[in-house]
Design a protein around this ligand. Structure first.
Ligand SMILES: Cc1cc2nc3c(=O)[nH]c(=O)nc-3n(C[C@H](O)[C@H](O)[C@H](O)COP(=O)(O)OP(=O)(O)OC[C@H]3O[C@@H](n4cnc5c(N)ncnc54)[C@H](O)[C@@H]3O)c2cc1C
Length: 460
């Protein structure tokens, strides 16, 4: 009997089960001073805190988080960790052809540094460099995956094209027509990583205040003042790591739009259910379209299944109500189409999160107000590893240091802004429709080709 309808699904990330999902620090009350105040207690803010503290022990660093650590995207994501700083190699080659070799090297070094840090600090984040398999589910995607495998090999990656028999021998879905097994990057437990970074920051003397929403940011001769409902922090510099949330700095408001991404997770699979699928290497899986699913097994052998239906709402709505809706039912249908073997498996969790989408698909950093404010955001759905790189880059910029990171064209050039409403909403919907059409037909239409020329796109 099929079990559908999400009646049993709890409305929070599966990653929150059995973890601290309550505050571990007090709200900011009264006036405080610091050398650096960081707004946002996700991966970007925490990496920035850790790296700033390691670079200059004794520096007074305060992190303000409006919810709790890991309540944003850092505690809601799929846990795919990638070496790419450019939203994938294909995109990097097309956007930054002159410096892609450097970006690939820096991305690999960044991933390795995360692996080393997690190891050194003893963070139990279930980090496995198991790579992933990308799968073709439409005939025109087969050749695209052959090209992708060749491109990765050209950059020295371990990438194997799998024909339909080989793809299905590895992970058995009737929807698969071919695949590419990429042995780069891997999977982790996102809440465990984020809380591990929080503990590493606290151990370095960083002061954290959760339930402390920054409502105002001002600068003057003495530095930057960040105000919350019940207090304020005066610091020499402020760093904004607020991802897809309403930016405190006006100039960022057209640079990033919030796109809602949805995820479901099943109950733990039995040994027989896993055997019916195969999946012996327990790697991450994604499909190859513009609108793609990402899916994986959790440490307790549930299937986490997310993506596809990235939604933008008029006026960049960030209303919490948007987390739940029909996208979850669509995901459930797609999960059962992908794995009909799992007809009986219950969906136990359904959640969503906001993705900080830029017109160029990858993060940007910078400083404002005579170097008193720095910002790092715009990961467009691939920030688990790139957040560390962006944190280091903005720390360089705040310190006025010229480094390999700051001299990248990717760092020096900002993404094109989104237009204001109502043109923004219309533009996003037209682009989404064009991408869905390309997925169906394999043909990149005129609108997408034009946007490509300007390095503009829309993705989750
Ligand atoms: C559903 C989903 C799946 C994803 N899957 C993947 C994946 O598999 N792999 C991958 O690489 N990336 C993935 N991503 C993207 C990845 O999670 C993010 O890029 C990354 O976590 C960004 O970290 P962050 O610290 O910048 O943002 P966040 O984790 O969102 O942190 C920003 C923090 O700032 C706080 N904040 C905002 N405004 C204020 C304010 N005014 N005052 C105080 N605090 C404030 C927020 O509460 C939040 O905690 C996914 C994202 C989503 C939503």
């Amino acid at each position: 009997m099929s079990r559908s309808g999400l009646v049993e699904a709890v409305p929070h990330p599966v990653w929150w089960d059995g973890r601290e999902v309550s505050p571990t620090s007090d709200p900011l009350v009264g006036h405080a001073t610091a050398d650096l105040v960081i707004v946002g207690g996700g991966l970007t803010g925490l990496w920035a805190a850790i790296e700033a503290a390691d670079a200059e022990p004794g520096r007074r660093i305060v992190v303000l988080e409006q919810g709790i650590v890991a309540s944003g995207a850092s505690g809601r994501n799929g846990g795919f960790i990638s070496d790419s700083l450019t939203h994938g190699l294909t995109h990097g080659v097309s956007q930054w052809p002159d410096e892609i070799e450097t970006l690939v090297r820096l991305g690999r070094e960044n991933l390795q540094a995360i692996v080393d840090f997690v190891d050194r600090e003893g963070i139990d984040a279930d980090l496995r460099l198991c790579g992933k398999t990308m799968l073709a589910t439409r005939p025109h995607e087969v050749a695209a995956l052959q090209n992708l495998a060749a491109l990765h090999r050209r950059f020295g990656d371990d990438a194997t094209f799998l024909d339909q028999t080989a793809a299905r021998a590895d992970v058995d879905s009737p929807t698969y027509l071919a695949g590419v097994r990429l042995r780069i990057g891997g999977l982790l437990h996102p809440v465990a990583l984020t809380c591990g970074l929080r503990d590493a920051a606290l151990a370095r003397g960083v002061v954290l205040h959760e339930r402390s929403r920054a409502i105002d940011l001002a600068t003057g001769a003495a530095g930057a003042v960040v105000r919350t409902e019940s207090g304020s922090v005066l610091a020499a510099q402020a760093l904004l790591a607020t991802n897809a949330f309403e930016p405190l700095l006006k100039r960022l408001r057209l640079m990033v739009v919030p796109v809602w991404d949805h995820v479901i997770a099943t109950e733990p699979l039995s040994t027989d259910q896993i055997a019916a699928i195969g999946w012996s290497e327990n790697q991450g899986l994604t499909d190859a379209g513009n609108q793609f699913h990402y899916y994986r097994r959790t440490p307790d052998d549930r299937i986490l299944f997310g993506g596809y239906d990235a939604n933008y709402y008029y006026g960049s709505s960030r209303s919490a109500d948007l987390e739940h809706g029909p996208s979850h039912l669509l995901l459930e249908r797609h999960l059962r189409e992908t794995f009909p073997q799992l007809e009986d498996v219950a969906v136990t969790h359904a959640w969503g999160g906001m993705i900080d989408t830029t017109t160029r698909f990858n993060a940007f950093t910078g400083v404002a107000r005579q170097g008193r404010i720095g910002y790092a955001l715009g990961f467009t759905g691939l920030g688990v590893a790139a957040s560390r790189f962006a944190a280091l880059t903005v720390l360089d910029q705040l310190a006025g240091r010229e480094t390999e990171r700051t001299s990248l064209r990717m760092t020096q050039r900002k993404p094109l802004p989104f237009p204001p409403e109502p043109v923004r909403w219309t533009g996003v919907q037209l682009t989404r429709a064009a991408m869905a059409r390309e997925d169906r037909t394999g043909r990149r239409g005129a609108l997408l080709r034009t946007l490509d020329k300007f390095g503009v796109g829309f993705d989750s």
